[in-house]
Design a protein around this ligand. Sequence first.
Ligand SMILES: CC(C)(COP(=O)(O)OP(=O)(O)OC[C@H]1O[C@@H](n2cnc3c(N)ncnc32)[C@H](O)[C@@H]1OP(=O)(O)O)[C@@H](O)C(=O)NCCC(=O)NCCS
Length: 139
Amino acid sequence: MESPEPHIDWRGAFTNAEVNRLHADAFDTGVFADDEWDWVSQTEQHSLGWVTARLGDDTLAGFVNVVTDGFVHAWLQDLMVDPRHQRSGIGVALVGEVRTRTQAAGCEWLHVDFDEHLRPFYFGACGFEPTTAGLIDLT
Ligand SMILES: CC(C)(COP(=O)(O)OP(=O)(O)OC[C@H]1O[C@@H](n2cnc3c(N)ncnc32)[C@H](O)[C@@H]1OP(=O)(O)O)[C@@H](O)C(=O)NCCC(=O)NCCS
């Protein structure tokens, strides 16, 4: 679907209900209640920042959280774009804003991990380079 140019904001205001709805739509999960997943408190207390993408009618169409070690590393977490507005450049715009802001904050490395099918997005469209990384499933 063709979408109008989104408004991209570093640390833009959002509500838990908006992000929980967007998360459910983007990741195809149930909708978490505000007290189950409190994005507002979580990001205010633990994030370097976050980026919001809003459409002309103020709808939240995209979001990404950015965590950090407080020094030179930053990590992209929970990048999500409303399926109705995917493939219109919002994801790349969100990551571009993260790149600018983390660089400005003095970070030297931006990390992400993702499923195989998103290689064209992260490597092709966003400029990430392949690296060796590890993961342990703690569940
Ligand atoms: C991944 C995601 C954020 C991408 O957002 P988006 O706004 O659709 O991406 P963009 O429009 O900026 O994509 C730019 C380019 O990246 C590539 N790309 C994007 N999504 C892709 C996908 N699902 N598969 C393969 N390539 C993809 C394409 O080359 C695309 O350009 P094109 O549309 O001209 O072909 C979005 O699909 C999403 O929210 N997915 C569900 C949640 C998720 O998996 N998040 C990532 C967690 S690691």
